[in-house]
Design a protein around this ligand. Sequence first.
Ligand code: DGP
Length: 113
Amino acid sequence: MTECIFCGIAAGEIPAQIVADDPEFLAFRDIAPKAPVHIVVIPRRHVASLAAAADLPEAVRARMPVFLAEVAELEGLGPTGYRVVTNHGPDSRQSVFHLHWHVLGGTLLSDAM
Ligand code: DGP
């Protein structure tokens, strides 16, 4: 069993509610949602945060925003809008050290980050 929770989810070792699957990315519902729709999107390949994104292949980096938009559309968030956030380091309160984005929507989101 891998020590990284998100690697465990990507490997199918830890259960999660998967919403989109791709050879390079995975999207699943956050275990503690902060909005009516709260999806976590990860690259399957482990890097700790956005600060290490340069370690991902160029093709993966190029597809990141496209996959994020596809997930938001799949969840029906396109017409009303959504927020995409990633955390890096202590000030951001990053708690899982595998690069991920939060896709949030389904309500009028707070203007306080
Ligand atoms: P961050 O604070 O940016 O590192 O966000 C980590 C998110 O991951 C947090 O919103 C909760 C979510 N999370 C943590 N563990 C699990 C898990 O085992 N399953 C799922 N689905 N989400 C998890």
